[in-house]
Design a protein around this ligand. Structure first.
Ligand SMILES: *Cc1c(COP(=O)(O)O)cnc(C)c1O
Length: 497
């Protein structure tokens, strides 16, 4: 199976090349030229496998230049019991009357990013080998909080790689920051940027297109790659957990094979929900994809306005910081896929976005998008109410991002009367956002760091995840803070790690 740039279909590469480079040279995102379809027999076989087996199976359909043995080996390592606290890699928790929470945060950094970033280092190092790349791969990551730590954990001391993470200095929680600046490993570097996530993401993209930096790195035996969801190797592993959740529902007798489900996803960069869309295109019977946003509701407006994306609006810092994003990169892939791989249209819309900050999708393309997607948003007050209500009524504790999805789903359900069984993606452990969660529960947070783990545990009885408990007492290793104009200068740091 080949991959093409969303901005130029003539630019064809293998899966390994797409993963090794991360982003197409024209700035487009790599997409597979077709979406493989699952038959009834495929579903039966998938339902009989465990998470690792399902993951290797789904990846194999997209990454045709990898062998089944390779992918099975990677899945066994990436989703090992020690890393995910047992064999149930992505537990599905029923909340009653057709609501199911898909917990994607049982990995080593307690956010859903682990589902892809424990796999990506295996895919990336193999891709470097398969493409004959001998230079050291320098992974640059812009993070709204969770990707940074998950990428650091995945790539720490992985041979042939270095990793540099940029995070917005005031845009992450105290715990998220502590997780990143205490990262161990001889090939890691962490840098704070004054500004928000969009500033960090744009600054990092600048390095990818800066010829002088790229040439300099090349002379020093280094090449750039990305661990953000613009990299197909980051997105592909995420498709598997939607297929897996469907199998779990069938295996438990909650639905029968072929029955429709909805999926609701708390969304920022549009990677997670795009993975659900692709699972649907593969044949998972997904009726509606519900896109949930916080006050940064650029996507809600996109879906409810009939296809106008306008990022020219105030940026809000919220209690769900990993969704504080106004430029949702992966929407580009959705436009490409739903327009019948129209690269000219996609390139044109992306040019308009970077020039004027907005674009409107042609009506016929939006008609296809509107059929599949619904959307909604909520503010911090509603997010907090939802956390308190869920704990009171269902004895279920969730984090601030998951709460946005639960709230938006309940609004959708009330508005439409749709009772289709729905999988709600739960994207982080509540202990990553203690301060906001404690305050949502009506208590006063006694600090803002690791001292809050015990407080949240006492309030709710929920166990503190071991990787977070281990943060207490760890020493910060990185304290670099830069202005975004200084980003190109940080490239020299790669030579020192
Ligand atoms: C990254 C993240 C999101 C948003 O996911 P996208 O794939 O960027 O849409 C939501 N919640 C949490 C906790 C995250 O870390």
């Amino acid at each position: 199976m080949d991959y093409v740039s969303t901005r130029n279909k003539k630019l064809t590469v293998t899966a390994a090349k797409a993963i090794a480079t991360g982003i197409a040279p024209d700035g487009g995102l790599y997409c597979p030229t077709e979406i493989p379809k699952l038959t009834a027999e495929d579903f039966a076989a998938l339902c009989a496998k465990d998470y690792r087996g399902r993951s290797a199976d789904i990846l194999g359909r997209f990454l045709t230049d990898f062998t089944a043995e390779e992918l099975e080996q990677y899945a066994a390592r990436a989703y090992a019991d020690e890393k995910f606290g047992g064999p149930d890699t992505a537990p599905l928790v029923g909340l009653g009357e057709g609501r199911y929470v898909l917990e994607l945060w049982h990995g080593p950094t307690c956010a859903f990013k682990d589902m892809a970033l424990q796999m990506l280092p295996h895919l990336l190092t193999a891709s470097l080998r398969k493409t004959g790349e001998t230079r050291t791969a320098c992974i640059l990551v812009a993070t709204s909080g969770d990707t940074g730590k998950a990428a650091l954990d995945g790539f720490a001391d992985v041979e042939g790689t270095k990793i540099m993470v940029y995070y917005p200095v005031d845009g992450v929680s105290t715990i998220q920051k502590l997780q990143m600046v205490t990262q161990k490993g001889g090939n890691v570097q962490v840098c704070a940027i004054r500004g928000n996530f969009d500033d960090a993401q744009s600054a990092v993209k600048k390095i990818f297109t800066d010829k002088a930096s790229i040439e300099k790195l090349d002379r020093q035996g280094m090449t750039l790659s990305s661990a953000n969801s613009i990299n197909w190797g980051r997105l592909a592993p995420q498709i598997a957990y939607y297929v897996s959740a469907y199998c779990d529902l069938v295996n438990r007798g909650e639905i029968r094979q072929g029955d429709a489900i909805n999926v609701c996803v708390p969304t920022g960069n549009f990677g997670n929900i795009l993975a659900a869309y692709i699972a649907g295109e593969m044949g998972v019977p997904i009726a509606k994809l519900i896109c949930a946003s916080n006050e940064n509701n650029v996507l809600t407006d996109f879906f409810t306005s009939g296809g106008t994306y306008n990022r020219v609006r105030p940026f809000h810092t919220t209690i769900s910081p990993s969704m504080d994003i106004l430029i949702s990169s992966n929407l580009e892939r959705l436009l490409f896929l739903t327009s019948g791989y129209n690269d000219t249209m996609t390139a044109g819309l992306m040019a308009q976005l970077s020039e004027s900050g907005s674009y409107t999708v042609p009506a016929d393309v939006f008609a296809r998008i509107g059929e599949k997607f619904d959307a909604g948003c909520c503010d911090d007050t509603q997010t907090k109410q939802t956390i308190a209500q869920l704990l009171r009524d269902k004895q279920y504790l969730c984090d601030t991002h998951t709460a946005v999805a639960v709230r938006v789903y309940e609004d959708y359900r009330a508005r439409t009367g749709d009772r289709t069984p729905t999988v709600i993606a739960s994207t982080a452990s509540p202990f990553k956002f203690c301060q906001s969660v404690i305050s949502a529960l009506g208590a006063e947070a006694a600090g803002d760091g690791t001292e809050l783990f015990e407080q949240l545990h006492e309030l709710t009885g929920a166990p503190v995840p071991a990787p977070l408990a281990a943060l207490a007492g760890m020493q910060p290793r990185f304290d670099l803070v830069i202005d975004r104009e200084e980003i190109l200068g940080t490239v020299d740091l790669l030579n020192k790690i």
